[in-house]
Design a protein around this ligand. Sequence first.
Ligand code: PLP
Length: 487
Amino acid sequence: MTSEEFRRRGKELIDYIADYYDNINDAPILSTVKPNYLQSLLPNEAPEEPEPYDEILKDIEAKILPGTTNWQSGKFFAYFPANSTFPGILGEMYSAMFNGIGFSWINGPAMTELETITLDWVGKLIGLDDAFLSFKSDGSSTIGGGVIQGSASEATIVAMLAARQMAIEKFTQENPNATEDDVLVFTSKLIGYGSNQTHSSAEKASRIINCRYKGIDTDDTGVLRGCALEAQVKADIDAGLVPFFTIGTFVTTGIGAVDDFTGISEVAKKYKFWFHIDAAYGGAALVCPELRYLAPGMNLADSFNFNPHKWMLVNFDCSTLWFKNSYYVKSSLSIHRDYYKNSATDSGLVRDYKDWQLPLGRRFRALKLFMVLRTYGAQGIRSHIRNSIEYARWLETEIAKDSRFVQLHPRSLSLVVLQLNKDYIKSKCDQPVSSDLLEQYFKDACELFSKEITKDNTVFLSSISQNGASAIRVAVGSPNTDQKCMD
Ligand code: PLP
């Protein structure tokens, strides 16, 4: 493709994208294709000869688009928001233009430095303590700071590795004659914690780093309490295990609970292990100062992560992770080879982000964050969050007025969980029914309701199991949601 053709095709594509977003709320949300539909539509091998661009476009239109899910619809209320915005898309285009792989400062000075600076900006916006930032107000650097990961799942793995390193270094300091085998025996005893509501990615992280992991029971409101954590920690220490990590969640995926960060942090301090906060979904709300009371103790963590790519208007992928002490992540992930050697690294004046993440190569993700932060400003981002919450409040009021439904759990920011009202089901029975039969009717009705509500493909919602039956989660957060979508 020549630059001339690129110019023409690129402009066409921009128009196409703008049209897509202009009409997004009228499009069906879920694709209706059948599993493996694409296999029969595309050849078995990549083309030997170059193909005309128009032919490729035709295939995208006819074969690919029918198999896509319209996550950006304002009527997509399932799972969690996954915001996309024009500044975010333009930031992605810039990034694609440079296509640098800036794993060390030397091969991406702007990529590295913009990331450090924007993470300080975002850290301040969400109320993180100075200890998490890279620079003090006088411009001098700290031992803390932020990095962009691809996902909250990666952030948890990276935080777990830092925690593991901290535990190993403590062990080797206390046992200076420890051999490599002693360290291996020690690491085989490590155990990490979350709650039974913690996102699956924490358990996955523990599988990846090959340590034990326990999801501790929460209280009745879905909150992991410090006392429950301590009871488990004590039992595990008595059994010869070594607690090294705990995760606390700000806004759990299922019902939007917030763990007891203060209690968890006390336990982590007492038993000298790492405390990581996963705020992947809800963390964006902390840009609003009036909502920060919902996260007491958030600054007590050793590491903190949230996804601007969920609810903060930045296109996927952009998961921001901060450390109070970046020494352990670097100690865990930095491996020297001659081919990385350069004078900037040797000077000790620069940050090489390859030592803060799992892969070597990295994308210029800070650009889209920078574009979103500057085009919306903090005010624009706050009003997006506040709008989503207002819509969720409206839904809450509608549910309260409607005897067919009950709201389960207090609304968490813009997440509302609702279920059919058992009394309503009972009132619809022609004759008195036993409590067992009523339970069965209720369960069946809830199941049917969760299927039927999305049947005409004009809205998408996900469900969870509550009170032994299906309940609907309504996760509001798309910038494309308006009152019509809510209705
Ligand atoms: N943590 C929480 C609380 C989440 O809600 C999610 C996604 O739903 C994740 C982690 C995983 O996010 P990611 O896809 O960025 O790994």
